[in-house]
Design a protein around this ligand. Structure first.
Ligand code: SAM
Length: 281
């Protein structure tokens, strides 16, 4: 049976183009077009946005994005075997899909996109966290994107949304929550993918905030959280002593007990400590 976009079902696309999944490329495909449409809808209003998709593969999510009305999709795919299947989608949606063959960690997209830009991807797990950290740490804020809607291993998704006191709380939570609003919008069991991965997955939607939630110097906050969570079971007066000879005074000045451990300290208090260390509390 043909799908709503008139293109063949994804199982047929995979068979026609010989797209057997390759583990080294993190290939776990979603073949259910209802599911890919749900992920596309989780990204919000696509009609007025250009979308970057990393790793379209046989194009299930790409088709979801286009069917849900994305103004334009720029898709970056490393596996050249997928290009003919993606060309068929481009032909069904004239002028709305641009496919770039390459490594998303290397490709330069400047000049190809008109704001607002959304990023939506069923990411290869091996590059997912690296891409997220890059998107969250541009030289200037606000970043080039207004939202990120991304698939992660469930355990990584939980690290992104974790709060102080949670086991999963750490640097990724601080990074994601300082200048963005992340939430888990969809949980997926391994059986949602072909082949099924060993772990469960979740889609995280992050909206960029216009400005950081609390003032702090990005470099100081990064150094501080690296030291604090690098030795997360130690008391802060010990894990942070390399940052300042007066670390106990800085901690006391911002109301953090020097005996506290990093995993108990909320984002706001880390920002206050970063300002104190930076000399402008
Ligand atoms: N989006 C498709 C879906 O939902 O069925 C495929 C998702 S699969 C988890 C990840 C895709 O990313 C694969 O098509 C793989 O070839 C591609 N990929 C892996 N590493 C990549 C990289 N560094 N840059 C671009 N694409 C990559």
């Amino acid at each position: 049976m043909a799908a709503i976009d008139g293109l063949p079902p994804l199982r047929e696309v995979i068979a026609t183009h010989g797209l057997s999944a390759r583990k080294a490329l993190g290939q776990n495909f979603i073949l259910d077009l209802n599911l890919t449409a749900r992920i596309a809808r989780a990204a919000g209003d696509l009609a007025a946005a250009d979308v970057i998709e990393v790793g379209p593969g046989p194009g299930g999510l790409t088709r979801g994005l286009l069917a849900e009305g994305a103004r334009k999709v720029v898709a970056i795919e490393k596996d050249s075997r997928c290009l003919p299947a993606l060309a068929e989608i481009a032909a069904a949606y004239p002028g709305r899909l641009e496919v770039i063959e390459g490594d998303a960690l290397q490709v330069d997209l400047s000049g190809r996109l008109t704001p607002p830009v959304k990023v939506v991807a069923n990411l290869p797990y091996n590059v997912g966290t690296e891409l997220l950290v890059r998107w969250l740490t541009p030289p200037d804020w606000p970043p080039f994107w207004t939202s990120l809607t991304l698939m992660f291993q469930k355990e990584v998704a939980q690290r992104i949304v974790a709060r102080a006191g949670d086991d999963a709380y750490g640097r990724l939570a601080i990074l994601a929550q300082w200048r963005a609003e992340p939430r888990i919008v969809l949980d997926l069991p391994p059986q949602a993918f072909v082949p099924p991965p060993k772990v469960s997955s979740a889609v995280v939607h992050l909206e960029a905030l216009p400005a950081p939630r609390f003032p702090a110097n990005a470099r100081v906050l990064s150094t501080l959280t690296a030291a604090a969570f690098g030795q997360r079971r130690k008391m802060l007066r010990s894990s942070l002593k390399g940052l300042s000879p007066d670390i106990e005074a800085h901690l006391n000045a911002v109301g953090i007990p020097p005996t506290e451990r990093a995993e108990q300290v909320p984002l706001e208090a880390f920002c206050a400590l970063a300002r104190s260390l930076d000399g402008n509390s």
